[in-house]
Design a protein around this ligand. Structure first.
Ligand code: SF4
Length: 318
């Protein structure tokens, strides 16, 4: 069997950057069906790429992937880790993962899971946000790497960290490297890795407005578009905030919870008749909704209100 296909390895590593494997699989398969190779991805309009990514979150990954596909079409497939680092959206971890898995080159890929495993194997109490500590763990991972099978080694380390050497309850009795583990020998595995305390979570309340009911717009959803220069989710479409329409009345049509880093959103979707004066925006049919980049909050909110991309908004008069 030859080495795994470069494009597939690269795509999967980008999708897995902030998302769990089980959540990624259906998106990965759908994305591959739409864009089966670098050429088709590079040639696609950006809105199509964002739409295919819609629901996975962290959309800068999709924009960078698209940009990198164009870079590859202009300069050729990267031949090593250094060239991979020239591509948009590829940092040290992803470059090492792709170089080892797709190109068979001996680079240790070091993410949070691997840092935890290394900190325990070496019983190292260094605080992991420190660049000095991270460099030491990276050097240790590189020292442990099997240069004959670097891709298998990296995937085994990631898998060990994800399934056995987990944060709160490492399964040491069934761990294949327990005999080599210094933390296990001294009983310190639960104290490692050492981390600074996280910032406290914030509760954020959000009220969104969903309009329905009047002739000409029945069955459509009104959305506004985020500005092109927004730091997050530029050009994505979303439901307007209810606060944009003082005095407007609706009834709760759905509630959702959503988390972005330390912000815990509690979101209510309010359904009511469309006001006479609306901000710049557009009405979309449920079919059109499926073909535009929607923020994850809006996608979840529309689903909760029964007005998702494949459904028709309920009547406001109910
Ligand atoms: Fe992790 Fe325990 Fe295995 Fe050590 S023995 S690597 S702490 S699971």
């Amino acid at each position: 069997m030859g080495p795994p296909d470069f494009y597939r390895v690269w795509l999967s590593e980008i999708m897995l950057q902030q998302t769990r494997v089980e959540a990624v699989i259906p998106y990965y398969e759908r994305f591959l069906a739409l864009f089966p190779d670098v050429e088709s991805l590079a040639a696609a309009p950006e809105p199509d790429v964002l739409t295919a990514w819609s629901g996975l979150g962290y959309y800068s990954r999709a924009r960078n992937l698209h940009r990198a596909a164009k870079q590859i079409m202009a300069t050729g497939q990267p031949a090593d880790q250094a060239r991979l680092l020239d591509l948009a959206g590829i940092g040290a971890y992803t470059a090492a993962a792709v170089a080892s898995i797709a190109l068979g080159q001996p680079h240790a890929a070091v993410d949070g899971n691997v840092i935890r495993v290394v900190s325990r194997l070496t019983n190292d109490p260094g605080e992991i946000s420190s660049p000095v500590t991270r460099k030491r763990f990276a050097e240790e991972a590189q020292r442990l790497l099997d240069p004959r099978r670097p891709g298998d080694f990296n995937q085994a380390m990631m898998e060990l960290g994800a399934t056995v050497c987990v944060p709160r309850s490492p399964d040491c009795p069934h761990c294949p490297v327990a005999r080599l583990c210094a933390a296990r020998a001294t009983g310190t595995e639960l104290e490692l890795p050492v981390k600074l305390k996280k910032a406290a979570s914030r509760d954020v309340t959000l009220d969104l407005a969903l309009f329905a009911g009047r002739a000409g717009i029945a069955g459509k959803v009104f959305l506004i578009q985020r500005a092109s220069d927004e730091r997050r989710l530029a050009d994505f479409w979303e439901l307007p905030s209810k606060t944009l329409f003082p005095g407007w009345r609706g009834r709760p049509a759905g509630r959702i919870a959503h988390r972005i880093v330390n912000d815990r959103f509690r979101i209510t979707v309010w359904l009511g008749p469309a006001p006479r004066v609306l901000p710049a925006g557009k009405w979309f049919t449920s079919v059109e909704l499926a073909a535009i980049p929607l923020t994850t909050i809006t996608r979840k909110a529309l689903d909760a209100a029964g007005s998702g991309p494949t459904r028709i908004p309920p009547s406001a008069s109910k």
